[in-house]
Design a binder for this molecule. Structure first.
Ligand code: GDP
Ligand code: ZN
Length: 458
């Protein structure tokens, strides 16, 4: 794989004394050589060595910065490409000046996560390391892309830090209570603790709820189209996919293969599975309709149940109704271009809280409403579209679940008037678990932290 040369500031802007600007790609050494003067040209130095020198603007000859430059040749580098790291003084102005120089001399500004992406594409890092970046590569819709970007940019970390801050505040209050037992602060403290813990618990719950949606955005919403043979499943699938990939025939149940098709419905990626996986013969047609439906339901996130407007409900329809209990169902009554023979009130009675859409796959009517119903189900108020923070990492989900439980224990401790230092233990546990999510060392002295952040003097 051939890449161009990219550069970016590798250390947080405006913090600390030294900033590192990383350059990676086939021309990394050449680019920095154009602006660097030291004892030797960088193109002649050994790999994995550090060199002292100065950066100059080749345009004006002006000396810009005193630097230490590390040269690392492929493949023993993070990206497996030639990498040059320029260490300079950390002031924002000088860092930007150096970056600008590098960009002016043949490198391109790296996109967020692009170094990691290269490391992954060049086989340098494993799946779990590149997780968020892989999400970026795999992202099937704009929204999924946004989610992945947010993760790369540290949205999740910021949220977790905020939650930990809340827990620290709670613990600080407990410290006060323990230090001044003669004060009658018990009730106030309890209310404060309950409030803080509840806030944290709700926020964790929200994060966990998004975990499922995050998975769906990356992998597609597994969607089963079910219904008796000949009601128009394949035709509807075709309308959604708008490619004649599924085989539509006049003979009941002759769609030959299980067809998987991704379709982007208003930002929701559906992984559609056609129903008829095997050839169905006349006599076992009805049976297979029901059985196949059951089978497909196993892995479905969303069920599109198709009924025939032109036929009365049959026992098989009722059997399928039963099988869809507890699923996210959208009821589609197809073939509305033909005379009505179905009892729609009866259908509504069975699905009082589910969307019911009338369609004609033949005349392409109702498809818009169907798409809207799908998108509404997925995005209905639960996701703020501009601020998606999803948890997708299994380890994170695990830790968040444990943290949620710990906070919950703390809340019941408070409610049951447990000794306050017992509550403290649960809160501390939650704080530590959340710390593990963002990889923050849990060894720090907690009390020091508390007192460095809060003035408790009285
Ligand atoms: P499936 O067995 O449920 O997948 O049904 P198909 O999609 O294979 O359709 C069965 C038959 O119904 C085909 O002849 C289709 O052309 C026809 N059909 C599908 N949708 C409609 C519709 O909305 N109106 C009419 N009149 N016929 C339809
Ligand atoms: Zn079919």
């Amino acid at each position: 794989m051939e890449f161009d040369t990219i550069a970016a500031v590798a250390t947080p802007m405006g913090e600390g004394g030294i900033a590192v600007i990383r350059v990676s790609g086939p021309d990394a050494i050449e680019v920095v050589d154009k602006i660097y003067r030291g004892k030797r040209k960088l193109s002649t130095v050994e790999s994995h060595t550090i060199h002292y020198g100065h950066l100059y603007d080749p345009q004006t000859g002006e000396r810009v910065e005193e630097v230490l430059v590390s040269v690392m040749r492929a493949p023993r580098t993070f990206t497996r490409e030639d990498v040059v790291e320029v260490n300079c003084h950390g002031g924002i102005v000088s860092v930007e000046r150096v970056l600008e120089l590098i960009l002016d001399n043949g490198a391109r500004l790296a996109e967020p996560g692009e170094f990691t992406k290269r490391a992954f594409l060049n086989g340098r890092i494993d799946l779990s390391q590149a997780e968020a970046v892989i999400d970026l590569i795999r992202a099937k819709t704009d929204k999924a892309m946004k989610v992945a970007l947010n993760q790369v940019e540290g949205k999740l970390s910021r949220l977790i830090r905020k939650l930990r801050q809340n827990l620290i505040e709670a613990m600080a209050h407990i410290e006060v209570t323990l230090d001044y037992p003669e004060h009658d602060v018990e009730e106030v403290t309890q209310n404060f603790l309950r409030e803080k813990c509840t806030e944290v618990k709700e926020e964790i719950g929200r994060l966990l709820q998004t975990a499922r949606q995050g998975k769906i955005l990356r992998e597609g919403l597994s969607t089963a189209i079910i219904g008796r043979p000949n009601v128009g499943k394949s035709s509807l699938l075709n309308s959604l996919v708008q490619e004649e990939k599924a085989i539509v025939t006049d003979v009941a149940g002759t769609t030959r293969d299980v067809i998987e098709e991704y379709v982007n419905v208003r930002g929701v990626p559906l992984r559609l599975i056609d129903t008829a996986g095997i050839r169905e013969t006349e006599d076992i047609v009805e049976k297979i309709g029901v059985e196949k439906s059951r089978q497909l339901l196993q892995e479905a996130d969303l069920v599109l149940l198709v009924l025939n407007y032109n036929e009365p409900l049959t026992p098989d329809d009722y059997a399928i109704f039963d099988a869809t209990k507890g699923f996210q169902v959208i009821v589609i009554v197809n073939k509305v271009d033909l005379p009505q023979r179905i009892d729609l009130d009866e259908v509504r009675r069975h699905f009082p809280n589910r969307p019911l859409i009338l369609t004609s796959a033949r005349e392409e009517t109702g498809i818009d409403q169907l798409e809207r119903a799908i998108a509404d189900l997925f995005f209905s108020g639960r996701v703020q579209q501009d601020d998606l923070t999803y948890v997708s990492n299994a380890r994170h989900i695990q830790l968040l679940r444990q943290a949620e439980r710990a906070v919950d224990d703390a809340i019941s401790g408070i409610d049951n008037l447990m000794p306050i230092d017992m509550v403290q233990i649960d809160i501390k546990k939650a704080w530590e678990l959340l710390g593990e999510v963002i990889g923050e060392s849990v060894g720090e002295d907690l009390i020091d932290q508390i007192f460095s952040q809060f003035c408790l003097g009285k």
